[in-house]
Ligand binder design. Sequence first.
Ligand SMILES: C[S@@+](CC[C@H](N)C(=O)[O-])C[C@H]1O[C@@H](n2cnc3c(N)ncnc32)[C@H](O)[C@@H]1O
Length: 218
Amino acid sequence: MWCDLLVDDKTADEFTAYMKKFTDLYIVLSRSVKNHTTNPHPRILDLGCGPGLLSIEILKQIPDATVIGMDPLIKMLMLAKENTDTSGVPIFEPVLGVSEKIPLKDNSIDTIVSRFSLPYWKEPLDSFLEMNRVLKPNGKIIFEALNRNFPKWKLFGIKVGMLLNHAGRDVTKYHVDAYALAHTQEEVEMLFNKSGFAILEKEGKKSEWKFIIVAEKK
Ligand SMILES: C[S@@+](CC[C@H](N)C(=O)[O-])C[C@H]1O[C@@H](n2cnc3c(N)ncnc32)[C@H](O)[C@@H]1O
């Protein structure tokens, strides 16, 4: 059912190689996760973790955390395990699953982070309700999303830039196509409001390629 939006193994490998050039993006987001995670020995869910590059940076920032990396693709989880093992970071737990039915207990997670996974979620509202279910009371979400309102001419610039930077055709297509499935900031705010969260912070302008929302479980 989910297969039509998931990448093949070759594209997953190429995506990993390309994104390893952009560690800074993951470091910035991991710092935000650290700032919003105050409990000792936190359990952090990286929802749609892909090859685990964000999970690695979170574990570097918060070494006493357990990061659960969840993804519906076995290939991505294998890459995430390989990448976290190679980085020598502590506890990373790969979990196979989808946002619509998170295979974790109620109130068991301190912080959720999700980066650029939303376009692939078949049932966004069910997924937000699931995030609410697994979070502890007052648990936070740091949610980074592609901006559906990003101007088309600027997206063309990104496409050309990726090709020139040797992303390859499949990875470029994976990224560019995601904008057609992406949401506006207002739509994501509505999802948070409908699923029992209070929005704490918003970052991003209408013309930027992405935005971040930080929210708390009510
Ligand atoms: C563009 S990648 C981003 C990966 C990672 N978050 C990063 O920033 O490097 C999107 C990820 O979401 C995963 N995904 C797709 N559908 C999903 C779903 N319903 N629930 C959770 N993850 C999903 C994909 O398999 C893929 O690994």
